[in-house]
Design a protein around this ligand. Structure first.
Ligand code: GSH
Length: 221
């Protein structure tokens, strides 16, 4: 299997951490964001949305990080990251839906506008989007904070793909101009995930962010 990524991309890290924890070896292929690899015809044939990650398994191209994580876990039965028990799965699915539709949708907009736009793309944030996402995020952060009261993990007593999914914007969370102080349980959860060795192993060196790391396989557009 091959995993097509942009180095340090948060959705790619979500999958790379799960593969690491499962002990699944894949060949990682790095796309060069600034060179337009994600808009190349060769990449759009794999993923018409032009986004990473993409898992290549023979002639099967799977995109959407949560779908990839479910697939790789299902290919390795008996793992604790995505247990087969229907209620546990339903609980995991609930948080995977919620993080995509709500928490990380708003945190993603806020962090893209306030962190990535000015630092990586040299663009000015859209003030309207910043104000709106901050307001929406307050409600989602409160839901997460209440859920994490007295818990270490999103579901059950152990790490699952829901933890990596909810916390995948870890690297930008504290750089956003959002007041996290009312949400101590959220802060503690992100700290625990930050310390997870499989998560930490997926971080990009600052000078190699969204670039092909030295000596690694580059995507051939
Ligand atoms: N919902 C998708 C989101 C993928 C996504 O937004 N990936 C970002 C990198 S973290 C990307 O490829 N952005 C490039 C672009 O939108 O041009 C997933 O979970 O895989």
């Amino acid at each position: 299997m091959q995993l097509h990524v942009a180095n340090g991309s948060t959705n790619c890290r979500k999958v790379q951490a799960v593969l690491g924890r499962l002990g699944v070896e894949v060949e990682t292929i790095f796309l060069e964001y600034m060179k337009g690899d994600l808009r190349s015809a060769a990449f759009l044939r794999m993923n018409p949305t032009g986004k990473v990650p993409v898992l290549e398994d023979d002639d099967f191209f799977l995109w959407e990080s949560n779908a990839i994580n479910r697939y790789v876990c299902d290919r390795h039965p008996g793992n604790t990251l995505y247990p087969a028990d229907p209620r546990t799965r339903a609980d995991i699915e609930r948080w995977l839906s919620w993080e995509l539709a709500h928490f990380n949708d708003q945190l993603g907009i806020l962090s893209f506008q306030t962190v990535l736009k000015p630092t990586v793309f040299g663009e000015t944030p859209d003030d309207h989007l910043v104000a709106w996402s901050m307001e929406m995020l307050k409600g989602h952060a409160a839901v997460l904070d209440r859920h994490l009261d007295g818990r270490d993990h999103m579901v059950g007593d152990g790490l699952t793909i829901a933890d990596y999914a909810v916390a995948h914007l870890e690297q930008v969370k504290d750089l956003t101009p959002f007041d996290w102080s009312p949400y101590a349980n959220v802060d503690a959860f992100f700290e625990r995930m930050r310390a997870d060795p499989h998560w930490a192993a997926t971080a990009a060196a600052p000078d190699e962010f969204v670039r092909v790391p030295a000596g690694r396989r580059a995507f051939a557009a």
